[in-house]
Design a protein around this ligand. Structure first.
Ligand SMILES: NC(=O)C1=CN([C@@H]2O[C@H](COP(=O)(O)OP(=O)(O)OC[C@H]3O[C@@H](n4cnc5c(N)ncnc54)[C@H](OP(=O)(O)O)[C@@H]3O)[C@@H](O)[C@H]2O)C=CC1
Ligand SMILES: CC(=O)N[C@@H](CCC(=O)OP(=O)(O)O)C(=O)O
Length: 344
């Protein structure tokens, strides 16, 4: 397979290169830039000497059309304009940004504050939450790869919502992310001296992933939910841990919740149901495509605590994107992604 990556110099792009380099079906990877045409990639990223010694190329439709797959890992608002002319032209398009995730353009414009992609293209795009949309992903020409937080939240909540084991009307989701979630562009909010030794909340009740999570709960679990969702910045590089709270439906036990999760993901290689709280943490998934899930019921309040853990750059971005590509090309989902978490 011949692969093109737009936004290769960003964190998502670098992770795509890391995994695709070891992917047995990939014969060639071309890297594209909007700002550094001609720069030898490995001269910018020394860890890729002898691995990516090729020049960054100018984004060009003629060139992009010739690939089997084009991954776009660019800030929101870029691919809504860049990709429409390429849809149906040949390459499978896998977009890591939020530009094609929301089916309602008005909702995108409200939450992202940018102009939405054309409606006909949004309609053609397939939401790439692999475990829940495998069949559609298989036939998609444009995949909207899920956001990092929604991946952790949805994988952990959808089975329980779909089976009506928890109450969707009082969902509270408290999520935390490492700083790489904010991308590679330096800013005040991600400055080392201001995030180190600190823990903060951001985008209170206004996070752009709120409509994405609500849309997917309706789409995959068939229930309407208006969620409370808040995000926090943790002074670490990688990882997302989302803790959700929901009332348990009358008569439902913790054992049933665990069994529901285990049954749902029995045949899915990247989702692990954890029952020992000591085995849960961002370092248990770091660098890997795993999503670890734990559920406990508080018998005093009859509320469930549901935890989802991922590496935001892998299962939350590049890893899930490659998992989707594997599905599209009838390859085992683990191809190129079969790596053990770093742990330390
Ligand atoms: N970081 C994360 O954990 C996750 C990120 N995402 C989403 O994935 C996308 C990429 O994220 P991330 O890699 O972190 O972002 P980065 O900011 O690290 O990188 C984005 C890259 O996009 C390129 N770019 C910037 N402007 C343009 C433009 N106008 N046209 C084309 N390319 C452009 C830049 O490369 P160059 O200057 O060389 O063109 C830049 O390196 C974002 O939409 C993000 O929201 C999704 C899930 C998780
Ligand atoms: C830590 C941090 O800042 N994380 C980012 C996640 C970026 C992302 O995945 O957003 P898209 O929907 O644009 O893809 C955030 O909370 O906005």
């Amino acid at each position: 397979m011949k692969i093109g990556i737009v936004g290769a110099t960003g964190y998502g792009g670098l992770e795509l290169i890391r995994f695709l380099h070891n992917h047995k079906a990939v014969e060639r990877i071309d890297l594209f830039t909007s700002s550094e045409e001609g720069v030898i990639f490995s001269s910018k990223f020394g860890h890729l000497v002898h691995i990516a010694d090729t020049p960054l190329q100018k984004i060009d439709y003629g060139a992009l059309e010739k690939f089997d797959v084009v991954f776009t890992s660019t800030p929101s608002g870029v691919t809504s304009e860049l990709l429409p002319p390429l849809v149906g032209k040949g390459p499978k398009l896998i977009d890591l940004s939020g530009d094609f995730r929301l089916k309602d353009p008005a909702s995108y414009e409200e939450w992202y504050g940018k102009k939405a992609a054309p409606l006909d293209i949004i309609r053609q795009s397939v939401y790439g939450l692999t475990e829940w949309n495998t069949e559609q992903v298989q036939h998609a020409s444009l995949i909207a790869n899920p956001g990092c937080y929604p991946t952790a939240v949805l994988l952990s909540l959808l089975p329980l919502l779909k089976e009506r084991l928890i109450d969707p009307s009082f969902l509270v989701i408290d999520a935390k992310s490492g700083i790489s979630g904010a991308g590679n562009k330096p800013s005040q909010a991600t400055h080392f001296s201001e995030v180190n030794e600190s823990f903060s909340i951001y985008k209170t009740n206004t996070h752009q992933h709120i409509p994405e999570i609500e849309q997917s709960i309706a789409m995959f679990a068939g229930v309407d939910a208006t969620i409370t969702f808040n995000t926090h910045l943790v002074p670490m590089t990688r990882g997302i841990l989302s803790t959700s709270y929901a009332p348990v439906m009358p008569g439902v036990t913790e054992k049933q919740l665990v069994a529901c999760l285990q049954n749902t993901y029995e045949k899915h290689p990247f989702v692990r149901i954890v029952t020992d709280i000591n085995s849960l943490g961002t370092n248990r998934v770091k660098g890997s495509n795993y999503c670890d899930i734990l559920v406990k019921v508080d018998s005093r309040t009859n509320r469930a605590t549901i935890v989802g853990v991922i590496d935001n750059l892998v299962k939350g971005a590049a890893g899930q994107a490659i998992q989707n590509m594997n599905v599209q090309f009838d390859l085992p989902q683990t191809t190129g992604l079969d790596v053990v978490p770093f742990f330390i």
